[in-house]
Design a protein around this ligand. Sequence first.
Ligand SMILES: [Zn+2]
Ligand SMILES: [Zn+2]
Length: 771
Amino acid sequence: MPTRHTVTAMPRDFDPRAALDHLARGARRERLVHVRHLPRREAEQVPWPEWVDPGVYAAWSGAGVTHLWSHQAQLAELARAGRHTVCATGTASGKSLGFLVPVLTALAEGSHAPTGRGATALYLAPTKALAADQLARLEAMSVPGVRSAVYDGDTPTDERRWIRDHAHYVLSNPDLLHHALLPGHAQWAPFLRALRYVVVDECHVYRGVFGAHVSAVLRRLLRVAARYGSRPTVLFASATIAAPESLAEALIGAPVTAITHDGSPREATTFALWEPPLDGEDSRRSAVSESATLLADLVLHDVQTVAFARSRVGVEAVAAATRRDLTGVDPSLAPRVAAYRGGYLPEERRELERSLRERELLGLAATSALELGIDIAGLDAVLVAGWPGTRASLWQQAGRAGRSGTPSLAVLVAADDPLDTYLVHHPEAIFAAPVEASVFDPANPHVLTPHLAAAAAELPLTEADTEWFGPTVPQLAESLVAGGVLRRRPAGWFWARPDRASDHVELRGIGRTVRIVESRTGRVLGTVDQARADSAVHTGAVYLHQGQPHVVTELDLADAAAHVVAGDPGWSTQARSTSEFRILHTARQHQWGPATLSWGAVEVTHQVTSFLRRLPTGEVIGEHPLDLPRRTLSTMAVWWTLPEDELALAGVGEADIPGALHAAEHASIGLLPLIATCDRWDIGGVSTALHADTGLPTVLVYDGHPGGAGFAEQGFHRAIEWLTATLDTVRSCECSSGCPSCVQSPKCGNGNEPLSKSGALRTLAHLLSAG
Ligand SMILES: [Zn+2]
Ligand SMILES: [Zn+2]
């Protein structure tokens, strides 16, 4: 390999198929499971609308944008006509310009009003980095008469006042809306009175419980704005997802028009699905190690590549292993691979962009495209180490490759779990299926009730507020009266407490968190959700913080703190727990021959009872009892039953039933994210050979959040698709008696015992034969 120090920005030829052939050379050929060629798409250009503000037009046409793509123009026209609209087109399809044309035009027109602020707009991004990035792009265009500013948790107090009183375009996030803008709306009165547009960017990330929270916050915003006499038009930008209008409608509770036809050009992409080899009878090489090998190979061949890993630890591991591999072959290349740490200052990000643009950096590892907040379009190849959770994220990551006129390469490297296994062997689930619908339940009373309390603190609640929050308002408000939170008066329900209502609601997750405190220094290393604390940071647990082992010396539940000391004791720990459930109410039921499939409300009781110490070889060196409370969760679940004699007919004997059901439960939890936008940590499961409420062998999968998040409901409605995928995954796994790619679960409270892979196969096949 020749040593290269020359940095060149010259366009070069890149042949993705040749690069892929090289990666899959020799014995590696069998790891390449599928290749899909996505053809080039031509641009559909249309002229700018007549009504665009001359300053806006001048800014963009000056930068060479003399036409709009068809979806941008469509979004601009619908927005101009005052229609709530969602634009769900691909990564880098210029959705921002689509909403900026009408928004900036209205702001510029309004700047001629006597107040200087005849129109205002609010832009909401899920992360601070994204809002900062939007502002940087806007400032680069400098549209005359429009004052824009980021308003987030870091904005100094005096600047906040200036923004409230003078800014036309405020870029913020839902958290700030909830904690600052809405509770202090009186100070925002002039801004809200003129509010013409609300832009909700990257709206596909608002799903599950977080989606329900953001929905309540947006409805609170629209309600408060209405009090000041404005009815803003809401513009959503989304990744390509199935039925974007239903997501957007759930977010604001009003009809939304969807734009899904993408008029932007796209270069051809060669998309490969890659499965790392088995490295033992029942385990597979990790996606991280395999991706590092591929990244080193690509960098050696001067292919500029970004590798996305699921966690920070994974990112560091990919970069370190790649540099190690390169050092052995061509030491000059090792420094040209970097890990993206996150939390960069703007000038550091610009420097990173520059070193990528000038090809000083050839390899970059990062956690997610959204987090990057940097413009790195124009790379040759993208590696995705492990399914990123949703098809929308996959396309967003893959979209980081490819520059004008050159095809690109994207490779999804499967991780060792059931969903990844299924996907690489079922390319149609990635390429043909509409991307998953985002699901959440805006009426979840566990989420909505505290937001109604916050809404009442903003403006007294009345019966008329069903317009914003749905028909359950009176009932939930009365429950708040009973709890002493609200007071009923003739004019409505009033906030009755001395403290701030919004302080009682956390948007990102329900419930309390447990702090992880370093004993020696008192420093808080991080937090874990209380729901996960008992099993992750119990006394004696070995807890990995950013890849470094720590031992928990004490879990203090009263103080919500886990005290830890750094150090590797030479073993890992695994919590053991018991789970039970009661069926409270069956909402829907299907009969599949002898099997019954149900969806409804349940109460799950969970208790962590002990933990195991394991050597790196997997050998157990002891079990230690724990004294932790029983936790109950009221939530929604999907469950199925099959009588014992039917299981016998399927060839599952009495002794095999617990292992068969348990293995089927694990695999089905692993596959639910295929149809409901969640990850396996958002859901849980319980299986039992005989359940008191059903009187039968029963497998239950539940939403891990109080009141449910809509995942189990999706499982019920699409049960055949879900369980068929589960069966296919277990059937196609090459392991002998069960592995993490099929029926083992990393979060099992029973140490993955008992598990019967063959029993699960027979059970699922029998269940589906009548479905
Ligand atoms: Zn397996
Ligand atoms: Zn289990």
